[in-house]
Design a protein around this ligand. Structure first.
Ligand code: ZN
Length: 461
């Protein structure tokens, strides 16, 4: 029944797959032609665009936006071409022919789907940028109220709502067709919609409060705006780190203390051995959404808690689980949690500093067709202008994170058992159908963890 229901989807996807590259190239060529042709000037005869500076900023915004798309799609394309048809020798420890074929099929299905949705959102955003969608929305929210703070809030809430509505069918397909097909999905439809609703409400509230505070700071502190906003966001991220698992996670999942006494005593013994004061071990019911396994460590101030997915406990044996925990404790012992926090604080600070400098340029918001100055349109334009720097910062973050993974593995190796960690890593990547041979460039920019092959190699050294 299900197969039949989605047949049309599949046919459309198959057809689009063959043509999507051609479509994109054609569209970009057409766009460049439009922008450079004299006929194009008629698109920019609106009063606010007489200013050539504004026009140039729009061109830079568009160029960056298109560049980022081409850049990320090139990486995706390279990655999709890096799969080998038959099982490579180095993967023979991990996959058999059948599992390998399945993992490849999973990657390909995900790739095709993300290409289509990526192109769809790219074209949509491009049209919004070229035809002044943000300026139009700015005009609209100005008719709701005269208070600029509320205008900005309505502006972002409407965008957030539209974004949620657009991603709803995308997430739906990805969960109930792709993940379902590969036996990962465990979610009911009711739960899916409830999750979406909860995230929407949560997003509206949290972003609403943060944005109001930022805009309020902006209205009183002009030049020092970036510094106060930095303080606020730093406070917020530390707060989230401390209370995420006690405030946000319970809205979606149940966390119960680990009741398996044998496992508990194994973990406790190891924690005592490495002088790690463990306050509690929790199990989270990840299995109600997906069969994929995971573990994380959280700092529930003033207590340290380790959270294990029930799927992880199901997949691994006791000593493999302890090895995974040894890795997590390794992150803590090597101060990775603090280091990543410091990195993200510096990242936010540098972004806000540049933002503060750029605030003086009113033309930036006019470039997105806002007739008068408005903070929210300006912020959107800035977000796009900031793309290259955010790619660089994101890549640095990935490099740092990959280095930390090696260090945490080494900690587990030195203090527990390299072989148990190896077998745990192999089991996890097999069960999650991980792509073990990404293109090196794709890995460089996107992977927060080294591939399992590299981790095994390092462990065996
Ligand atoms: Zn790790």
């Amino acid at each position: 029944m299900r197969e039949k229901k989605y047949r049309y989807f599949k046919i459309i996807i198959k057809k689009l797959k063959m043509k999507y590259i051609a479509f994109t190239i054609l569209y970009i060529l057409l766009f460049i032609f439009l922008m450079s042709s004299p006929a194009c000037s008629c698109m920019f005869t609106l009063e606010e665009l007489h200013n050539t500076q504004v026009h140039n900023i729009l061109l830079i915004i568009l160029a960056l936006f298109i560049w980022e798309f081409i850049f990320s799609k090139t990486l995706d394309y390279l990655n999709s071409k890096s799969w080998k048809e038959s099982l490579p020798d180095e993967l023979k420890d991990i996959y058999d022919e059948e599992k390998y074929a399945k993992s490849m099929k999973y990657e390909k299905t995900k790739h095709t789907f993300s290409s289509i949705t990526g192109i769809f959102s790219f074209i949509l955003m491009l049209l919004v940028l070229v035809f002044g969608g943000f300026g139009w929305l700015d005009d609209l929210v100005k008719t709701f109220t005269d208070i600029s703070l509320l205008q900005s809030l309505y502006f972002f809430w409407i965008i957030f709502l539209i974004q949620t509505l657009i991603s709803l069918p995308i997430n739906y397909y990805s969960t109930f067709v792709i993940e379902e097909k590969f036996w990962f999905n465990k979610m009911w439809k009711k739960m899916f919609f409830l999750d979406t609703f909860k995230s929407l409400v949560l997003g509206v509230i949290i972003w609403g409060v943060l944005l109001s505070a930022i805009i309020w700071i902006y209205s009183i502190a002009w030049n020092l705006f970036w510094l106060y906003a930095w303080g606020l966001l730093t406070f917020f991220s530390i707060f989230m780190m401390m209370f995420y698992s006690s405030l946000i996670v319970p809205l979606f999942n149940k966390q119960t203390p680990l009741e398996d006494w044998e496992l508990r005593s194994w973990i406790q013994d190891f924690a005592d051995k490495v002088w790690f004061t463990l306050d509690n071990i929790f199990v989270i019911d990840g299995s109600k959404r997906s069969s994929k396994a995971n573990a994380y460590f959280s700092w529930f101030w003033p207590k340290k808690r380790i959270v294990l997915y029930d799927t992880l406990i199901k997949d691994l044996e006791t000593e493999e689980l302890v090895a995974v925990l040894a890795h997590e404790i390794g992150h803590y012992k090597r101060k990775h949690t603090l280091q990543m926090l410091a990195f993200s604080i510096i990242q936010t600070g540098s972004m806000l500093y540049i933002l503060g400098l750029a605030l003086n340029y009113e033309e930036i918001s006019q470039a997105l067709w806002a007739i008068t100055w408005s903070f929210h349109v300006w912020a959107i334009a800035f977000g796009i202008l900031f793309t290259p720097i955010s790619i660089v910062l994101g890549t640095l973050w990935s490099i740092l994170s990959r280095r930390n993974e090696y260090q945490a593995d080494e900690f587990a190796k030195n203090n527990y058992d390299a072989q148990k960690l190896e077998s745990a890593l192999i089991k996890l990547s097999r069960n999650n159908l991980s792509n073990l041979q990404p293109h090196p460039l794709y890995e460089f920019f996107h992977y927060s963890h080294p591939t399992v092959l590299k981790r095994l190699e390092a462990l065996r050294k």
